[in-house]
Every structure is written in structure tokens, then in C-alpha cells.
Design a protein around this ligand. Structure first.
Ligand code: PXP
Length: 240
């Protein structure tokens, strides 16, 4: 069955805009789970621009579904993962100057080190997922590291303009999924998925989990706006 991992990073982005305590991503995770989220995903970035170490520790104690920790394949992050013990780790490329994760990891670049990281985490019972583009060489390299999962980067599909190029990108994702499954990998996908483009990706046979963040937090801000304003009017009258 297709599952949804809700990425709550951007609730923390709003909090960090003021370096205050609201909205608390822990509360967002609880509400997401009450609404049916199958998992909670957070990206602990090297620059700590949104999710903080405190959030990851508290989420480990409070998440009742599963916690997917996205992180760069660095010594610092591996040490944190070994301590926090998320239900699985998704390894992503990270550049400080990027607005968001802009492409999949290049697993061909540093194969031995990547295989060692997988071994270190999986031998402690933390399954690893590689965030990669839907490319045969990358998928084969992921399988060679013995990782249990890959997450296919859906950014090109999401950015495709026009029906033809969107259909082409969808086909590339479906082919990648098929290759990965044939190599014994489990397959997730994510990045740039929205209420308007998600359905065809979820229909790819064998697709397991979609990790979705920005569009959900964006909608939450809008669907909550009327109630939030009404409640402020009550608060101003001392009636809340
Ligand atoms: N999956 C991975 C590996 C990501 O890095 C991100 C972005 O943090 C997502 C999924 C979620 O992407 P979006 O916020 O565009 O839904």
C-alpha cells in the first residue's frame, strides 16, 4: 500500500524566521499523524536552517508512526543518526547555498565511503535510503551499497512543462522504479510533489512511500488562515 511521509521541515522554517517557539514542528507531527500520515520526515541540515537537533530528539520520543531522518552523508550526521535511531535514514546531497535539495546524490563519486556509511547505519538496525535521480547507473550503485531503499527524486517531473515532457519524466521514474525493484531495492519518491501532480507518481507499480512537505505546509497555512484570524479577534476581545 502506498504510504505518505509528511515532511514538516517548513513548519520549522516559519518558526526559525523569528527564532521563536511557534509553530512547533513536534505539534505539527502529532496533528499530521492524527490526520493519517504514515510517517514523519525531517531534514536536519548542516546549517540548521529549519529543523534543530532538539526537534529530532523530541520527534524520536513522540512520533508514533515512523521517523525518517533526511541528512547529508557526513560523519557528523551519521553520529547523530546512531544516537537518535530514526526508523530509517534518507541520505541526501547538501549544499549550503541551495534553497532546497536540488538533485539526487551522485553515488558513483565516492562508492566506498557510501557503502561504509550504509554498513555502519544498517548494522545498528537503521535502514538506509539513497535520494537519487531515476538513472540506471545510480540505482545499480545504490543496490551495490546494500542499502534497503532508494528515494527517486521527482523534481524534474514536478518541474516539467507541458504534458509531453511530464509524461516523459513520469516514464523515467516508472522505469527507475522497475529497475530498483528488480535489484531488490524498496522504492520511495519525493520532492516537488503537489496536490496536482502527485496522483500519477503514486500509481507507479511498486512505489512504497511518497515524502511530501512544502505543498502540505503551504495548504495548511491557507486552510488555517480564516480560523486563525477569527481566533485573534476573539483574543483581542479577551474571549478566547
Ligand atoms: N524527499 C527529499 C529527499 C527531500 O530532500 C525533500 C525536500 O526536503 C522532500 C522529499 C520533500 O520535498 P517537498 O518539500 O518539495 O515536498
Amino acid at each position: 500500500m502506498l504510504t505518505l511521509g509528511v515532511n514538516i521541515d517548513h513548519t520549522a522554517t516559519i518558526r526559525q524566521a523569528r527564532r521563536t517557539v511557534e509553530p512547533d514542528p513536534i505539534a505539527a507531527a502529532v496533528l499530521a499523524e492524527l490526520a493519517g500520515a504514515d510517517g514523519i520526515t525531517v531534514h536536519l541540515r548542516e546549517d540548521r536552517r529549519h529543523i534543530q537537533d532538539r526537534d529530532v530528539g523530541l520527534l524520536r520520543q513522540t512520533v508514533r508512526t515512523h521517523l525518517n531522518l533526511e541528512m547529508a552523508p557526513t560523519a557528523e550526521m551519521v553520529a547523530i543518526a546512531l544516537e537518535v535511531k530514526p526508523d530509517y535514514v534518507t541520505l541526501v546531497p547538501e549544499r549550503r547555498e541551495e534553497v532546497t535539495t536540488e538533485g539526487g546524490l551522485n553515488l558513483l563519486a565516492d562508492r566506498d565511503r557510501y557503502a561504509q556509511i550504509v554498513d555502519r547505519l544498517q548494522s545498528e538496525g537503521i535502514p538506509v535510503s539513497w535520494f537519487i535521480d531515476s538513472d540506471r547507473a545510480q540505482i545499480e550503485a545504490a543496490a551495490q551499497t546494500q542499502a534497503q531503499f532508494i528515494e527517486l527524486h521527482t523534481g524534474k517531473y514536478a518541474d516539467a512543462e507541458g504534458e509531453i515532457s511530464r509524461a516523459q519524466e513520469l516514464k523515467i521514474l516508472a522505469e527507475g522504479c522497475e529497475i530498483a525493484l528488480s535489484l531488490g531495492l524498496r522504492v520511495n519518491a519525493g520532492h516537488g510533489l503537489t496536490y496536482w501532480n502527485v496522483y500519477p507518481v503514486g500509481c507507479i507499480p511498486g512505489m512504497e512511500e511518497l515524502n511530501i512537505g512544502h505543498t502540505i505546509v503551504s495548504r495548511a497555512v491557507l486552510v488555517g488562515m480564516e480560523r486563525a484570524v477569527r481566533e485573534m479577534k476573539l483574543a483581542m476581545r479577551g474571549e478566547l
